[in-house]
Design a protein around this ligand. Structure first.
Ligand code: MEV
Length: 333
């Protein structure tokens, strides 16, 4: 049996970091999909290749629960997301099967665009199908949140939810349970630019937590202001009021800066984008490197901002909304 599974990545438009503390975040799936092809093999060994997720390429084998790294100088965390996904499914199914798995990604790992959750969901859907298990969107999102927590520590489960469902939605943790309310909103012109990140999400969340613990009263007020921005942005996106949305992005960015998650290169991108005509721009994701998101008034203006940002970042693109979410299909016997 041969299967093809894929999952979109995502951009957080409003509310990152605050979301970890139970406040809402506005998040959108984007059409930069992670693709996984997997075929069953008869020798019981799971062979995994991640040619694009590591700068030098990575090959892993899992034999009787033991991981063998075949080619690696600078092992990326993404290998762990794949390995933990396979091991978790083998444990849950109480069975195993040999497989050849190829993971391809349109985006690099660790830039705050949800590549980790997309890898887990695409690999999870592919390998579970080989095992004869059907997983619905809720189950695959739960698996992704679980594996993210295993590999990186605390995760809100936001990436896992939007990536499984696709579209755009308001996410929040209700009594630690992820809840995603999908929205019927028009597509908005968005540009994303990234710089390769040095600090993992878990570490970024821990740094904000340290500020929160030290200055609880002030940080709580900042999270409440982010919450008010996110709720207003949700109304404005439904009204397609781009000017207000841009202003709200700038306000959200200022509050993210106050939490200490920006840096010189991100600020440079943020201000270059605004000077080139963006209606608003902010950090997206955990910060300390990674990505920024800009709102434009139309596609022409978006293309212009892409040109301006290109020399100052590692990648920039016009982001299109994905409305499909994670999916799998059998492509051969
Ligand atoms: C995720 O892209 C960004 C954070 O909000 C962490 C999370 O939601 O798990 C910082």
């Amino acid at each position: 049996m041969k299967v093809l599974a894929s999952a979109p990545t995502k951009v957080t438009l409003f509310g990152e970091h605050a979301v970890v503390y139970g406040f809402p975040a506005l998040v959108m799936a984007i059409q930069k999909r992670v693709e996984v092809t997997a075929s069953k093999t008869s020798d019981g060994v799971v062979r995994i290749e991640l040619p694009e997720l590591s700068s030098i390429g990575l090959k892993l084998e899992i034999r009787n629960g033991e991981v063998e790294i075949k080619k690696v100088q600078n092992a990326l965390k993404h290998a762990s997301y794949v390995v933990e996904t396979i091991k978790e499914l083998q444990k849950r199914a109480n069975q195993s099967c040999g497989a050849k798995i190829m993971v391809k990604s349109k985006l690099p790992a660790g830039v705050g665009l949800g590549t980790s959750a997309a890898v887990i969901e695409a690999v999870g859907l592919a390998y579970s199908t080989l095992l004869g298990i059907t997983m619905d969107k809720k189950e695959i999102a739960q698996l992704a949140k679980h594996v993210e927590t295993l590999v990186q520590g605390k995760s809100s489960g936001m990436d896992a939810s939007i990536i499984s469902q696709g579209g755009i939605g308001l996410f929040r943790l209700e009594n630690e349970t992820p809840v995603l309310q999908r929205l019927e909103a028009k597509e908005i012109p968005i540009v994303i630019a990234y710089i390769k990140k040095v600090i993992p999400t878990g570490e970024a969340v821990a740094r904000v937590k340290a500020i929160f613990e030290k200055h609880k009263d002030i940080t709580k007020t900042i999270f409440e202001a982010i919450c008010a921005i996110t709720e207003k942005a949700t109304r404005k996106i439904l009204e397609n009021d781009l000017n207000s949305l841009g202003e709200l992005m700038n306000l959200n960015h200022g509050l993210l800066c106050s939490l200490g998650v920006s840096n010189l290169r991100l600020e440079q991108l943020i201000h270059l984008a605004r000077d080139a005509g963006a209606l608003g721009s902010k950090i997206t994701g955990a910060g300390f490197g990674g990505s920024i998101v800009c709102l434009l008034k139309n596609e022409e203006s978006a293309k212009n901002v892409c040109q301006v940002l290109k020399p100052f970042c590692d990648g920039v693109f016009l982001a299109k909304r994905d409305n499909i979410g994670a999916q799998v299909q059998i492509i051969g016997s």
